[in-house]
Design a protein around this ligand. Sequence first.
Ligand SMILES: [Fe+2]
Length: 384
Amino acid sequence: MVNPFTLPGVCYFGSGALENLSGELEYFNPKRIFLVSDHGVSSAGLIAPVKEQIKEAGAETVEFFETEAEPSVENVHLCMEKFKEQDCDFIIGLGGGSPLDVAKAVSVLATNDGSILDYAGIEMIPNKGIPKALIPTTSGTGSEVTKNAIITDKKAQLKKGVVSRYLLPEVAIVDSKLTLTLPPALTAATGMDALTHAIESYTAPKASPQTDIYALKAVELISSNLRKAVAYGSDHRARENMALGIVFAGISLANAGVGAVHAIAYPLGGKFGMTHGVTNALLLPYVMKCNLVGDLEKFARIAKLMGENTEGKTLREQAKLSCKAVFELSQDIGIPQKLSQFGVKKDDVPELAEAAMNVTRLMGNNPKVLCLEEVKEIMSEALD
Ligand SMILES: [Fe+2]
């Protein structure tokens, strides 16, 4: 089976790319724009340049800054209520993955009845949403180029994925200038999330020659710029390279999907409130170690791209170096290394592993078919 390859309608990448927003808005000619963001983005002073662009396009702005981190179903519905009260005809998502995912969810709930949970799964949304522009201010989730929205179902203590072509934005603007103020810890976590996207999608069964091009470039760009971006955030070149690496990782993720790292991370995020980026970063080398046998050649390629000396080594030895490279990068940028640091206990492992196995959409896209025992082993190794 050949998988479809999708991209947003229009993408702008690079330092200063935000200047293109007003021109794009003029094309869609909205009267009132619903701007979905959060208070962190607002205090970082990133709202004003976007509002300036909206004003230039002759439209009004309606603000919603109540987006929560790892947004819940309730948070999406609160945003939807505010949207309904206003007479808006365009949505802008500005911020990290959370405001972007909420903006995406609201854009389709505007034209489809019911709860966002009714549309969890793949291509479950019947009607196209209202047009949207997505502008990331963190470097990580790649949400601006994916057809996914990840929502926390608090009752089920699980994150759920809504996957639909209607979640792809009409406009994606990735301006590395907006990431200059991102604090080191967030830069580290979101950067490692993107690296996880690149590695998981590159080694996924759904990977294709098209997605491989993006994934490989993403691994190279992220692994050679993330340390610098964390250590000295105002380095324009590191930020620009990170922004590009993240978009490429997002494009690969959007089309080849991710696997067991994300599946195991979901219940941890749901139950222990661990943030998405940190959870993925922590789990990545442990899952890779288990996955190596699924594609030695691809893991060997990752090791080489991440700067490991693979000369004179067997393919198996080269592949193993990819785990070392990821582990060292993660350590260098201060990512917590063990699940116990977040209050996860040995007794929690069986239930968490079972919940991860139930994320069949992602477990089915892992380079190695994992059984429950193997997931428990991965989690135990990552525990303490
Ligand atoms: Fe992710």
